[in-house]
Design a binder for this molecule. Structure first.
Ligand code: NAI
Length: 467
């Protein structure tokens, strides 16, 4: 393998591997360095993909156990084989990580295994355990992602006190599972283990789950999750977790009443956010500037404070989402190639893959109020959508926010069946600067869940047909 490249991408997650592929497509001689034994980063190995596999499998289990017989599907006694379920999850992960290796070969990208650190603005050292090698590059892209954070005094051991990584691989269903943090990870993993039989309690510091989400949606979401049997302690702070034999003791203080409480659990999942992973990259010596949160500072072209070195994905500002990192990976490769790559940060969707799913894009109603933008609202419930009714998935609604004067769509927030896929329609609409009238006049197939979007758009002008 050559040791000199046009592009060296450090990190083979969704940001890095997509950046490498786009750079190779653009004719650059490209290498991607990855320290994990497989490509795909957190997302494929211990994040989005295994969690979606378990979300799907646990939902099937729960439906077979609790819902099938009421619609005439008699299954007998449904039991869980957790070991087999975990193997199925691992197989999905393996197939996808191998898929990236195939894409690298197809695009003639050099895959370098090892831990990278930056030696100069044109050199990267790769540590491969018993040897080190220096590679040269005209452009270095840092895409090293993020890692879980914890709280002061709480040490994640991935056994009893786990991050999302440990929560994806329990070998037994915990009887009592306490989750610190009611965000994306807490609610997805809480759903998985609740369906598989755990008694789940989510402790959230703020007075709403998924802070930053449109309030209407998070209120509905909380109601639905409570109905599913997940316990919530909102406005509560975990002040400590200790281990007594194999049990975790969790100390909680109410922010409002200051009343203290102590609960026990078999496992504790710490899901209070993630931090940029820049350890060992040699950023300080290289004078690569970071902000107070440890995120690498970049300009609008993803350039760091050092010439020829760029950064994308979770190591820079913005939502820690795989698809945001992918867009940045493509944009930076195109910018370096002299093209006009760009990322529209106003149209990055966010999806929570619970049941029902939650999806949002653009401004929340609270953000519009804060920005003093006048708006109209159109809402439509899935209870009035024929497809949802037939499938008996009628919880949730679609909410469209449009500019009061121009009718331009400013934000869309949905909770309901398959909304994680449906949000793509509204991402496209917003990319094209659509008005709610444009969406309302677009023919949607019947009977589909997506008709709820059309109806919500009609409701912006107070003329929904089915409600
Ligand atoms: P998060 O930022 O989504 O949620 C963390 C939650 O913990 C917040 O609600 C916060 O208020 C709460 N919290 C913070 N300190 C606390 C304390 N002391 N006590 C109780 N609660 C406390 O972070 P999360 O869930 O760890 O996810 C990390 C990242 O991974 C996020 O940026 C998310 O976007 C991404 N992710 C995305 C997924 C998706 O796209 N479906 C799935 C999983 C993760």
């Amino acid at each position: 393998m050559s040791d000199s490249f046009d592009f060296i991408v450090i990190g083979g997650g969704p940001g890095g591997y997509v950046c490498a592929i786009r750079a190779a497509q653009l004719g650059f001689k490209t290498a991607c360095i990855e320290s994990r034994s497989t490509l795909g980063g957190t997302c494929l190995n211990v994040g989005c993909i295994p969690s979606k596999s378990l979300l799907n499998l646990s939902e099937n289990f729960s439906k077979a156990k609790n819902n099938f017989s009421s619609v005439g599907i008699e299954t007998g006694n449904v039991t869980l084989n957790l070991e087999k379920m975990m193997k199925a999850k691992e197989k999905s992960v393996m197939l996808l990580t191998k898929g990236i290796e195939f894409l690298f070969k197809k695009n003639k990208i050099s895959y370098i295994r090892g831990k990278a650190s930056i030696k100069s603005n044109k050199e990267v050292i790769v540590d491969q355990g018993n040897s080190q090698k220096v590679y040269k590059a005209n452009n270095i892209i840092i895409s090293t992602g993020s890692e879980p954070t914890s709280l002061p005094g709480i040490k994640i051991d991935e056994k009893n006190i786990v991050s999302s990584t440990g929560a994806l691989s329990f070998n037994k269903v915990p009887k009592e599972l306490v989750i610190i943090g009611g965000g994306y990870i807490g609610l997805e993993m809480g759903s998985v283990w609740k369906r598989l039989g755990s008694n789940v309690t989510v402790v959230e510091f703020l007075d709403q789950i998924v802070p930053g989400m449109d309030k209407d949606i998070s209120t509905e979401f909380l109601k639905i999750l409570k109905k599913q049997g997940i316990n919530f302690k909102l406005n509560s702070k975990v002040t400590g977790v200790s281990l007594v034999k194999e049990k975790a003791i969790i100390d909680i203080t109410s922010n409002e009443t200051k009343i203290r409480e102590r609960i026990q659990a078999d496992k504790v999942l710490v899901a209070v956010g993630r931090k940029s992973n820049t350890k060992g990259l040699n950023l300080e010596k290289m004078d690569i500037m970071c902000d107070s949160l440890g995120k690498i500072k970049v300009d609008k072209n993803f350039r760091t404070s050092v010439k020829n070195i760029y950064a994308i994905g979770d190591v820079i500002e913005g939502p820690m989402l795989a698809h945001k990192a992918e867009e940045e990976g493509i944009a930076v490769a195109e910018i370096i190639a002299g093209q006009s790559g760009h990322v529209n940060y106003n149209t990055i969707p966010g999806v929570i893959y619970t049941s029902p799913e939650v999806a949002s894009i653009g401004n929340t109603e609270q953000k519009l109020i804060e920005k003093n933008i006048k708006y109209k609202i159109g809402k439509f419930p899935f209870a009035a959508n024929s497809r949802a009714k037939v499938i008996n998935e009628t919880e949730g609604f679609v909410k469209i926010l449009a500019d009061k004067n121009t009718d331009k769509v400013l934000g869309v927030h949905m909770i309901g069946p398959h909304v994680g896929d449906m949000i793509a329609e509204m991402a496209l609409a917003m990319e094209f600067g659509a008005s709610s009238e444009d969406v309302a006049r677009t023919c949607h197939a019947h009977p589909t869940y997506s008709e709820a979007i059309k109806e919500a758009a009609l409701a912006v002008d107070k003329r929904p047909i089915h409600s």
